[in-house]
Design a protein around this ligand. Structure first.
Ligand SMILES: Cc1ncc(C[n+]2csc(CCOP(=O)(O)OP(=O)(O)O)c2C)c(N)n1
Length: 327
């Protein structure tokens, strides 16, 4: 098994700023959603990924349209990075006809085949064998496209996870398994659901590499993902990347998260991926006050525009429930 290449995948300043924009946009999208939930404007359940943005940006940045992603309930940012318009995504959360499913699902199960986004089901881990199946298709078609499958550390305890990794290992599939280890599966802390420290070690049983990294460092995630993606594209098989992170809000917006301490939350907030990357960019003179204001202005107007569109979009009508059905 060849080790992950340690090559540095170079990024020019424009690309670094683009990544910074995505971090800010995804954070702002979730933060606005959280406020809109409290205002009673959102019809979907909302599971924010605030604090985990570096994982999505680091893994999705530079993906091709034909590469498939299998995102989770907390990964709305991955939809945006893969090309879903923010207004459409917001309309989806409002249950409006301008959304992905035209207001006909609970918002978190829509896929977009044209953009390479698989619609997740509610069953934890169930997206993983499907993701392996997608990767198997790419292998049979002899393309160099890849699949990225996201899952939480909680999901890595269900059978589907193990079946998917076994299948991917046996067939050397072009897939990258990305574990968003945010320390809790709903209210269950890591140590109460697994007897190991790193989910990454589970990959070894299935014959491929697993690596545990700082999921709050966008460049670490990007470099690791690029290595794994290059390997997958060139026939080197799967990789498991475990990204250690923390979700700042509760499991969903209705969860007050009484099961954790303020001190723990404060400690993880001090590792916020956005200021860390801001400092990195400033020290290298990639980001200055003017550029920061420009990016923040773009983010604000994009989110305002998305909310505006969703607010004024039409509600679905009962007759719509039986359109777009497969025979
Ligand atoms: C098979 C299954 N069991 C339980 C649930 C209920 N449930 C939904 S999300 C969740 C916690 C998920 O934790 P994790 O996989 O770590 O992802 P996270 O939400 O932390 O991102 C649970 C228990 C479910 N949807 N499916």
């Amino acid at each position: 098994m060849p080790p992950i290449k340690r090559t540095k995948f170079k990024l020019v300043p424009e690309q670094l700023l683009e990544m910074f924009y995505w971090l800010k946009l995804i954070r702002a999208f979730d933060e606005r959603l959280s406020v809109l939930v409290k205002q009673g404007k959102v019809r979907s359940g909302v599971y924010t990924g605030i604090g985990q943005e570096a994982i999505i940006v680091g893994t999705c940045y530079g993906l091709r349209r034909d590469d498939y992603i299998c995102p989770l309930h907390r990964d709305l940012g991955a939809f945006l990075m893969k090309g879903v318009e923010p207004g459409m995504m917001m309309s989806q959360m409002f249950g409006k006809t301008a959304g992905l499913s035209k207001g006909r699902d609970s918002a978190l199960h829509s896929g977009v085949p044209d953009l390479g986004i698989f619609g997740n089901t509610s069953m934890l881990g169930a997206n993983l064998p499907v993701a392996a199946g997608l990767a198997f298709t790419y292998k049979m078609e002899k393309t160099d496209n890849v699949v990225i499958a996201y899952f939480g550390e909680g999901a890595s305890n269900v059978g589907d996870f193990h079946e998917a990794l076994n299948f991917a290992g046996v067939h050397q599939l072009p897939i990258v398994f990305v574990c968003e280890n945010n320390q809790y599966a709903y209210s269950v802390p890591l140590e109460k659901s697994m007897a190991i420290d790193d989910v990454a070690v589970r990959a070894e049983s299935y014959g491929f590499d697993g690596v545990a990294i700082n999921g709050n460092d966008v460049l670490a995630v990007y470099q690791t993902a690029q290595g794994a993606l290059a390997r997958a594209r060139t026939g080197g098989g799967p990789t498991l990347i475990e990204c250690k992170t923390y979700r700042w809000h509760g499991h969903s917006e209705h969860d007050k998260a009484f099961y954790r301490t303020d001190e723990e939350l404060a400690m993880w907030k001090s590792r916020d991926p956005i200021p860390t990357f801001t400092t990195y960019l400033r020290e290298r003179h990639v980001l200055d006050e003017q550029k920061l204001n420009d990016i923040e202005g773009r983010v604000r107007s994009t989110i305002d525009g998305a909310v505006e569109l969703a607010m004024h979009a039409a509600d679905p009508v009962p007759e719509d429930a039986v359109t777009d059905l497969y025979a």
